[in-house]
Design a protein around this ligand. Structure first.
Ligand SMILES: NC(=O)c1ccc[n+]([C@@H]2O[C@H](COP(=O)([O-])OP(=O)(O)OC[C@H]3O[C@@H](n4cnc5c(N)ncnc54)[C@H](OP(=O)(O)O)[C@@H]3O)[C@@H](O)[C@H]2O)c1
Length: 230
């Protein structure tokens, strides 16, 4: 039977690339985002094997998340849970508008909710792997990204608690800390995207970690771009 992977926010960018790689490896992959068109295009591209399950959902709607996760569990307990959903918006101490609520909801609370729903099942089975896509801004600060920096620092805190929670279990948790990645997050901005990390660098790193032996796990993984502007 195919292993099951759940990737949040995965119609484009890092999540999309990872979904395609996991289907290639024979995983049954649950992909989610709001834009149905983008999901259909992903499905058209890779679903010849029937291994992709695309769900159009706003993950900020916690009731919908509960029924979505229950639907996934009806198929099986995920072997891989990738907290990839994330939104980058800029604000600062002197900004008129604050994005703090939106970014805490998007970048932190969805991961916490989904983990609470899935954790008992993975712990009971005693295998599986949570990946949390943090950011280098989980470890350092960007003045013009006040709310994003706060939300990603908090996400690292979430990951640390998850590692503690899993101390007596063979379920693994890994946090990835990328620098700038060439995705649509940077659309419209005058930045050298070809010098950034590519989405495939992140997804390949995750795929490689899946080959570790049962008792070995990587806790935190930093991935930098040689472009030192960011
Ligand atoms: N790109 C970077 O430079 C960078 C650097 C460090 C860390 N990261 C982190 O890496 C992760 C992936 O980033 P990315 O650049 O690949 O993102 P992206 O290209 O912007 O893709 C985000 C995905 O999330 C979905 N999404 C957004 N809001 C949603 C919602 N409320 N409900 C459901 N789906 C939603 C989007 O689809 P819809 O809009 O259709 O919903 C899209 O599929 C994020 O956690 C990000 O913070 C990125």
């Amino acid at each position: 039977m195919s292993k099951i992977a759940l990737i949040t926010g995965s119609s484009r960018g890092i999540g999309r690339d990872l979904a395609i790689k996991l289907v290639d490896k024979g995983y049954r992959v649950f992909v989610s985002a709001r834009d149905e068109k983008a999901l259909n295009s992903l499905s058209d591209d890779v679903n010849k094997s029937g291994l992709i399950n695309c769900k159009s959902i706003d993950l900020l709607d916690s009731n919908k998340v509960i029924s979505y996760i229950n639907n996934v569990l009806d198929v099986g307990v995920p072997d891989l849970v990738v907290h990839n959903l994330g939104l980058y918006l800029e604000d600062a101490f002197d900004s008129e508008t604050s994005h703090l609520d939106l970014l805490l909801n998007t970048n932190l609370k969805v991961a916490v909710q989904i983990t609470k729903l899935l954790l008992p099942h993975l712990k009971k089975r005693n295998t599986g792997h949570f990946f949390t896509i943090c950011s280098l801004l989980s470890k350092k600060a960007r003045r013009e990204a006040l709310s994003y920096t706060i939300s990603k620092h908090a996400l690292r805190g979430f990951h640390k608690v998850l590692v503690e929670e899993l101390k007596d279990s063979l379920v693994k948790a890994t946090a990835i800390f990328p620098g700038p990645v060439n995705t649509s997050s940077w659309s419209g901005l005058d930045v050298p995207r070809e010098e950034f990390i590519q989405p495939s660098d992140i997804s390949s790193s995750i795929i490689n970690l899946l080959d570790n032996s049962n008792y070995s796990f990587v806790n935190e993984l930093d991935i930098y771009s040689k472009n030192s502007i960011f």
